[in-house]
Design a binder for this molecule. Structure first.
Ligand SMILES: *Cc1c(COP(=O)(O)O)cnc(C)c1O
Length: 501
């Protein structure tokens, strides 16, 4: 497809104002010289219909949850009810000035106060900070809170235990807080090996960062033992709650002994994500850690019925994000929770776990799972069977695009025994059985193609505007602006396809 600049035709215009409208105005007279463009760039000359068609075409190149199944494992790409957007778009939220006096923004403060109460109820924690802007940012905040707690207690602890099945952001966050990361191997069931954990835990260790269900989609067993191992040595337990979609209304990390929890509001609690945000990685703590939380925290004066920003003491880790965090995400989360209610939240997690197990059951024969056991909200399959036909999991993922599906997460997890050709599928609760059946049928068709016509897969996708990009270059040298010198298509190895959309 041509760029809009390449569609330019001298003299073509997209407006029809009377030709003498601007005769009176001389820009040179009415604008200061510094604002006048000296060397006039060639502007695109196109008609209105050209503009409309161009951008409509571009919009169809995109794929999102509103187009179809988006089964990215670990990402929880669920449908976002429009009521969330409508509420987050209310003018009093959108135009609230972050420096407003609390009396003027009681509604916004109430959102933060009520959301804190609900999240505490859902997870069994005592207080949340709404400041962190993403899951990874929440981890860093939580880990800094843990660090401050030990410093405050005069304890020098410098190690953090993290299972090999953790999301890559966990070790990164611990390292940013200057902790030495100690990896805990998984056992034969794909969960934390309690023996290794017990051996690694000592009085120099801050604690453990655990994800449950883990990033492979398995529920960790023996949490009671885990918490005894950590707490007996004076450590703290961190819960990566990005996968809470599998346990809403079923279990609460607070009840299981976790001291710090982060949630990905942009995964579990709807909110569009995938294009880079905005997200929210709120962090909840048990009461003994509240003094270390960052600002701001909202409270209610029971006498006057007014909400206010709480004073935080000297122990606070300070600010981690400007103003109130990503406030619009908080509104969406509150609306989502209130519109589902407690039974709705429970049904949501049930459905997401049933969906993942349905796919696992239907596809296990075609795409061997690394471990044969029930999964949580996502299942991990592999494309190992097709290696002998010269097919990689990447080819299977690319071929899915031809059938109109977003590819699942591939090559993750990357530790043994998964390391080989993994495919991680997460079909959230918002997907109905027909959609899952369609996906399953397609995956089976592709498994047959892999054997009978492998070339079809290795050269896929065939029906997308561009085919295979150079993954490394696409990340390292993204070209986001138009500059004909920069568009070195050959160098970037684009294979443009002539497709009529
Ligand atoms: C997505 C995810 C994260 C990181 O969240 P971001 O918002 O992408 O920073 C951390 N842990 C787990 C288990 C996740 O799935």
């Amino acid at each position: 497809m041509k760029l809009i600049f390449e569609k330019s035709f001298p003299g073509r215009i997209a407006f029809s104002l009377p030709s003498d409208s601007f005769d009176e105005i001389k820009l040179e007279d009415s604008l200061p010289a510094k604002y006048l463009e000296k060397d006039k760039k060639q502007l695109t000359e196109v008609s209105e219909v050209d503009v409309i068609r161009h951008f409509t075409k571009l919009s169809k190149f995109n794929y999102g949850v509103d187009n179809g199944l988006y089964p990215l494992g670990s990402c929880t790409m669920k449908y976002n009810p429009r009521i969330n957007e409508k509420m987050a778009g209310l003018p009093n939220f959108v135009y609230a000035h972050p420096f407003s006096f609390p009396e003027m923004i009681q509604g916004s403060l109430e959102v933060m106060y009520k959301l804190n109460q609900l999240l505490c109820e859902i997870t069994g924690m005592d207080q949340y900070t709404m400041a962190p802007a993403s899951g990874a940012h929440g981890e860093l905040t939580g880990v800094l809170v843990m660090r401050k707690y030990f410093l405050d207690h005069g304890e020098k602890r410098h190690k953090m235990l993290i299972p090999d099945s953790a999301h890559g952001t966990n070790p990164a966050s611990a390292a940013m807080a200057e902790f030495e990361v100690i990896e805990i191997k998984s056992n034969e069931k794909g969960t934390v090996d309690l023996g290794s954990l017990s051996q690694a835990m000592d009085s120099e260790t801050v604690g453990l960062m655990l994800t449950n269900p883990n990033t492979v989609g398995f529920y960790d067993e023996g949490i009671e033992t885990v918490q005894n191992i950590i707490h007996d040595k004076g450590g703290l337990l961190y819960y990566d709650g990005a996968n809470l979609n599998a346990s809403l209304g079923i279990s609460r990390p607070g009840d299981a002994g976790f001291d710090v929890v982060h949630l990905n509001l942009h995964k579990t609690f709807s909110t569009p994500h995938g294009g880079g945000g905005p997200g929210s990685g709120v962090v909840g703590v048990k009461s003994k850690l509240i003094p270390y939380l960052p600002t701001p925290l909202v409270d209610l004066d029971q006498n006057t019925g007014k909400y206010f920003f709480k004073e935080v003491g000297k122990k606070s880790i300070g600010m981690v994000r400007s103003f109130w965090g990503n406030f619009s995400v908080l509104v969406k989360t509150l609306v989502w929770i209130l519109s589902l209610g407690s039974d709705g939240l429970y049904q949501c997690s049930r459905a997401s776990v049933i969906n993942a197990n349905y796919i696992l059951a239907k596809l296990r024969e075609y795409y061997k799972p690394a471990y044969d056991r029930y999964c949580g909200h996502e299942c991990t399959l592999t494309g190992r069977e097709y290696k002998k036909y010269g097919i990689k999991t990447l080819d299977i993922a690319k071929r899915l695009m031809d059938y109109g599906f977003h590819p699942p997460t591939i090559y993750f997890p990357h530790f043994e025994p998964y390391a080989d050709e993994t495919i991680m599928i997460e079909p959230p609760e918002s997907e109905g059985k027909e959609v899952l059946d369609d996906f399953i049928k397609t995956m089976i068709v592709i498994s047959k193609e892999a054997i009978e016509n492998p070339e079809l897969l290795t050269s896929a996708p065939h029906r997308t505007p561009i085919s295979r990009t150079d993954d490394a270059m696409a990340v390292r040298r993204p070209i986001l602006t138009y500059d004909d010198e920069l568009i070195l298509k050959d160098e970037l190895n684009y294979q443009e396809k002539d497709i009529n959309f």
